[in-house]
Design a binder for this molecule. Structure first.
Ligand code: AMP
Length: 270
């Protein structure tokens, strides 16, 4: 493919679906710390949308994307066509059992689609580094696993979640929220903070769910998992993480946060 030859191999690579915001820009800035050549792709991958309406309504801001990518330090922006990535029948990558949990319950086939496109992008771009956001923690986890098996030469770099001042995690989908929907969405970060102020996994899980249930956020799942294995966390888990997904105004929103839980065995909260 011609375009792909214009991308220097051994670059740092930031795959996106466009409608760029400061979260994407932070990934580009991190990429620049690894390489002078930073390639960003913008491709709304049909294989990862199980909902046609969501695919068709996915926000598109092509001109702003160029400005934001350039300002953040990207050196190449690539917008592949479907036929560039999937000439015949694409090599499908399975996301296994974890791909069927959490996001995978409401979005069957989603992670198979994500892994299939990321594998294809990696084959074509051959980057040295690829940067992904912790905002999509299950996606990051599955991509790290896929890359370790199929692309061990690529270093996967995790980037922290960038938030609005209100705490709302930045997302291309946020532009579809009304003003009041945006206010309602602030409960997600507040509930994650509350969970983090608890001193046990059990109370963190309970308070996370309580807060979200008493809001306009329609919960899909709210769980505490082990960041290293994605297993449901228990009191012995050393790296617990709260993961949350649901809907406001029919818009799917997801978020997560590592929990530092103020565990103190001599002090029991009653
Ligand atoms: P997307 O365009 O939504 O597919 O996202 C492209 C990349 O940007 C993924 O690695 C996301 O995890 C990451 N990303 C999206 N939102 C944020 C955010 N608020 N902070 C950091 N990274 C993000």
């Amino acid at each position: 493919m011609k375009i792909q030859r214009a991308i220097p191999s051994a670059c740092a690579f930031v795959p996106t679906m466009g409608a760029l915001h400061a979260g994407h820009q932070s990934l580009i800035k991190i990429a620049r710390q690894y390489c002078d050549d930073v390639a960003i792709s913008v491709f709304i991958n049909p294989l990862q949308f199980e909902n046609k309406d969501d695919y068709e309504k996915y926000p598109k801001t092509p001109e702003l994307d160029v400005t934001l990518a350039r300002d953040a330090g990207a050196t190449i922006l690539w917008r592949p066509e479907v036929t560039d990535l999937y000439p015949d029948s694409p090599k499908r990558i399975s996301s296994g059992e974890l791909g069927k949990l959490y996001e995978g319950v409401s979005r069957p086939g989603h992670f198979d689609g994500v892994l299939t496109v990321v594998n294809r992008l990696f084959e074509l771009v051959k980057p040295k580094f690829a940067i992904f956001g912790e905002k999509d923690f299950q996606q990051l986890f599955l991509i790290k696993d896929m890359a370790a098996r199929l692309h061990p030469e690529i270093n996967i770099v995790a980037a922290p979640t960038i938030r609005e001042e209100s705490g709302l995690a930045m997302s291309s989908r946020n532009v579809r929220l009304s003003d009041s929907g945006r206010c309602d969405a602030e409960i997600i970060a507040r509930a994650l903070n509350t969970a983090n102020s608890e001193n046990s996994i059990t109370t963190a899980r309970r308070e996370l769910r309580n807060q979200l249930n008493n809001s306009n956020f329609k919960i899909d799942y709210a769980e505490i998992i082990d960041s290293d294995t994605f297993a449901v966390a228990d009191e012995s888990t050393t790296k617990p993480r709260a993961i949350v997904a649901g809907w406001i105004e029919g818009i799917r929103l997801i978020d997560n946060a590592a929990l530092t839980l103020s565990r103190n065995e001599n002090l029991v909260r009653l």
